[in-house]
Design a protein. Sequence first.
Length: 136
Amino acid sequence: MTSDGTGAALWIPPRDARGGSRLLRELELQYVLLRVSGRNRSRVRDAIRLIMQHEPETRHLELRTLAVDPDAQGRGLARALVHPMLERSDAARLPVALECTKERNVSLYEHFGFRVTNVIEIPDGPRLWGMWRDPA
């Protein structure tokens, strides 16, 4: 997180191949389903399960969330939040995965060396871009 709270990144440490990722997603699914009811409950469950089908099989670091306050964008905060972990992943020879939720941000992540590996279409919902970065 930035010192003034205008930006934050959430990194998920490597897990052993797909099993750890699936377990984390399943826990997220259960948490979300506790908070959602009715028709939305099944839609959310189906969306998370669809995302789970695209989990990379290779051990990797995951950038789960990157957020910068709109008023603070364009000042290099995203780079400041991402670059140190990318350096660490490179040193450890560890790839990095993420799911981009906005098409306009795909180019931002490409600037950091990520490439689109899949596009997930959530029925009656958003489109997600699965992205991957091999260690430099």
